[in-house]
Design a protein around this ligand. Structure first.
Ligand code: PGA
Length: 255
């Protein structure tokens, strides 16, 4: 088991930067500052087109690499897609699955559940993104999260659940101006553990790592980790700014 104070920080580059030269520079700049990483698990998730080059450039043992999406099928007539097996063969250790931007492009819970299964079968860690579109005063968002978790984890059994990472990302906070409050993060974290307790059991539920994502920055990172009691962060924009990304890691390592 990872020690309780070992946090996970995942940098999701999304469809950035604009070319391979810039991607190599970005990973180089992050690597230069990586001495500052003492105890966190840091995962860089570049676009799949840059994966091999970005991973190849970095010999730092402190940085692991992941994919932003994969297909569950091993091979096939799926023009433009990349399989979980291909990602694994390139050295990916983590795969983000069900990011809200992909769900927005039409990805379904059924597809997501199959991707989670395929990724786990290959020994990689699925980072399953869940999150509500809006909060409603009758608690509809809580029901929504429960349904989402149940559908997306349908193929994950009792023996495997603790290997899954859940990234809670309320859609209105992704790419926005503000994260939600650490109090709200804490509430959702508890809710997620409660749902997982019902689906599996309490012991298992508390072993599952829950991350927060959505407008994480230098100013709010510590508070989200401390107040939200989450196991780490999924960072979008600030993972493209090496100084900020490393500073986020440094700040949470002082907790
Ligand atoms: P953001 O993105 O940090 O830019 O809000 C987070 C994400 O999409 O994972």
């Amino acid at each position: 088991m990872t020690p309780k104070n070992k946090k996970i920080v995942i940098g999701n580059w999304k469809m950035n930067p604009e070319n391979i030269t810039a991607a190599k520079k970005l990973i180089g700049d992050i690597k230069k500052k990586s001495l500052a990483i003492k105890k966190s698990t840091v995962v860089i998730v570049p676009p799949s087109a840059f994966f091999a080059a970005v991973k190849g450039t970095s010999s730092s043992k402190k940085i692991l690499f992941g994919f932003q999406n994969v297909q569950a099928e091993k091979t096939g007539s799926l023009t433009g897609e990349v399989s979980a097996a291909m990602a694994e063969s390139l050295g990916a250790k983590y795969v983000i699955i069900g990011h809200s931007e992909r769900r927005g492009l039409g990805e379904t819970d059924l597809e997501i559940s199959k991707k989670v299964q395929a990724v786990m079968k290959l020994g990689m860690v699925p980072v399953l993104c869940i999150g509500e579109k809006e909060v409603d005063e009758h608690g509809g968002h809580l029901v929504f999260l429960k349904e989402q978790l149940k559908k997306d984890l349908v193929y994950v059994d009792m023996n495997e659940i603790e290997k899954v990472i859940i990234a809670y990302e309320p859609i209105y906070a992704v790419g926005a101006t503000h994260a939600i409050t650490s109090h709200q993060v804490h509430e959702r974290n508890i809710l997620i553990k409660k749902i997982l307790s019902e689906m599996y059991n309490k012991e298992k539920a508390f072993k599952v790592k829950v991350l927060y994502g959505g407008s994480v920055n230098i100013e709010n990172a510590r508070d989200i980790i401390r107040g939200g009691e989450v196991d780490g962060l999924l960072v979008g924009r600030d993972s493209l700014r090496p100084e900020n990304f490393i500073e986020i890691i440094k700040r949470i390592e002082t907790l």
